[in-house]
Design a protein around this ligand. Structure first.
Ligand SMILES: [Zn+2]
Length: 56
């Protein structure tokens, strides 16, 4: 299981995204970032976000 805490990405937000794979986590994190935080997920930013995903 992998986990990404939105707070770790620098937002004051308690959202936590979990998935079995990096792709699953990113598939949820991308719309969250775009819709909730108005963040454009560029390839560079996606790479940064991947770096924040932890194994749990
Ligand atoms: Zn968030």
């Amino acid at each position: 299981m992998k986990e990404l805490k939105c707070r770790d990405a620098g937002f004051d937000c308690d959202a936590v995204v979990r998935g079995d794979t990096m792709d699953e986590v990113m598939a949820q994190a991308r719309p969250h970032a775009e819709e909730v935080h108005g963040l454009e997920v560029t390839p560079e930013r996606a790479a940064q976000i991947r770096g924040l995903v932890r194994d749990v």
